[in-house]
Design a protein around this ligand. Sequence first.
Ligand code: MCA
Ligand code: AMP
Length: 445
Amino acid sequence: MLLPALASPSSKIALRFPERELTYEQLAREARAVAHGLVGKRRVAVWAHVRPETCVVVVGALLAGVPVVPLNPKIGERELAHVLADSEPDLVIDDELPSGPAVDLPEPDGEAPALIVYTSGTTGPPKGVVLPRRALAANLDALADAWAWTGDDVVVHGLPLFHVHGLVVGVIGPLRRGGTVHHLGSFSVAKAAAALRDGGTMMFGVPTMYHRVAAEPEHAAAFGRARLLVSGSAALPASVHERIERLTGQRVVERYGMTETLMNTSVRADGDRRPGTVGVPLAGVELRVVRDGAADEPGEIEVRGPNLFSGYLNRPDATREAVRDGWFRTGDLAVVEPDGYVRIVGRRATDLIKSGGYKIGAGEIENALLEHPAVAEVAVTGEPDDDLGERVVAWVVARGEPVAPEVLSDHVARLLSPHKRPRVVRYVDALPRNEMGKVLKRELR
Ligand code: MCA
Ligand code: AMP
C-alpha cells in the first residue's frame, strides 16, 4: 500500500499550509471524495498551485489509481499546449475538485503509473516522465532508511509542487511515513526559521535556498535546531555548506536525484556529511560510473533499481536511448571516493542548465527566442551564479534595432515558464561558429 496512513486515518496533522491544515482524517475524507470522482479516468492533470487542494487531488488520484500530471501554475502558453497535447488528460483540475459516488478503491499494481512529471532535455520540448507506484514506494522507504525518517518528523519546505523534489519527496514522502508536511506557501528564510522553531524537524531545499539561509545569520539558531537540513536538485557549493555549519552548527545532508530516477544517493543521517559529496547509493539502488578514459577520471553515473521510471510518455525512442539493460544513463559525471561516497563533478550535456534547482534546456529557450521578430540568431548558455547556481544567458544577434532585455525575457516567460527566462541578454554582432555552422558555445563563455 502506497499510503498506509490513510487507510486508518488519525487526527494527526498531515498537511500544514499557511491558509489551512488538514488532519489525516480530513485528508482521507477529502481525497477519497476526489478518488471517487476520478475512477475510470485514464489520466488527469492538476494545476499544482501551492495549496492543500493540490495535495488532496494528488492523493485522491493515487487512491483511485489514476495517473496525474502536475502543471506548473506559471507555465507559458507554448509549454502548456505541448504538455496537454502530449499527456491528453481526461480532465484538468483547478478550483473545482471532482467527486463521485462512493466505490471500492482497490490498491493498484506497483507498475501502475502514479505521476507523469515533465522535465527538460537539451533540445525539444519537455518529456513526460512516467513514475510508477513501485518507484515512489521503494524510493521513499530507502530515504526513510537513510534519514531515519519516521512519522514523528515534520518536514518543512517551500518547494513548488510540480516537480519530484517538492511533490514526491516533500509531500508524498511525509504522507507515506504518516508524518507531517509543513509547507511555507513560498520559500523565505524567515518563514522557514519560524516553521523550524514551531516543531519542524527536517527542511528540504535546493541550494539557492541554503545560499539564502547562509546570507541571513539572524535566523541561524532556528536552523541549528533541525534534526536534518537536506539539500538537493543541484550541487550545494562547499562554501555554502561550510557557512551554514559555522552559523548553525549543522552540516547539510546532500542527496542526489533526478526526475527519471527519483533519489539515487544520499549522505546518511548518521554518516559523514562531507561538503561536495552526495553520499552513498540508497538501499536498493545500484550505481556505477562508466568511463571512457582512465580509472581515476570522472565517468557517467548509471543507475539501476526499483527507483527508476517506466519510460518517457509517447517517447519510446528517448526511453531506449536513456535506458540500456535496465541501467539509466544520468548524464551526470562523477567520481566515487574509496569509501563509496559519490562526488558529482559535472554534466555530460553543456546544453542543460540548472538554475535555482530547475532543469532548463538551452534548445527550448533558443527556439522560443528565435520566434521573436527582433532576434536573428541566438545561443543560450548557463553561467555561474552565486544565488541560482547557474543563470540562463541569451547571446543574441539582433534583427534591426535591439530590444530591451526584459522584452526577450518576458517573451520566454510567457511562452515557456518564468523560471526559464534569460536573466541576462548579451547582444553580439555574430555568433562564433565552426565550418559546419554549429555555434561554438564554449567560445561564448
Ligand atoms: C519573474 N516572475 C515572472 C517573471 N519574472 N513571472 C512572469 N513573467 C516574468 N517575466 C515571477 C516568478 O514566476 C516568481 O513567482 C517570481 O517572479 C520570482 O521569480 P523567480 O526567478 O522564479 O524567483 P527566484 O527568486 O529566482 O526563485 C528562486 C527559488 C526557485 C525560490 C529557489 O528557483 C525555486 O523554487 N526553485 C525550486 C526548483 C525545484 O523545485 N526543482 C526541483 C526539480 P513565484 O515566486 O510566485 O513563483 S526536481 C529535481 O531536480 C530532482 C528530482 C531532485 O534531485 O530534486
Ligand atoms: P531534474 O531533471 O530536474 O530532475 O534534475 C536532475 C539533475 O539535477 C541531475 O541529473 C543532476 O544533474 C542534478 N542534481 C540533483 N541533485 C544534485 C546534487 N545533490 N548535486 C549535484 N547535482 C544534482
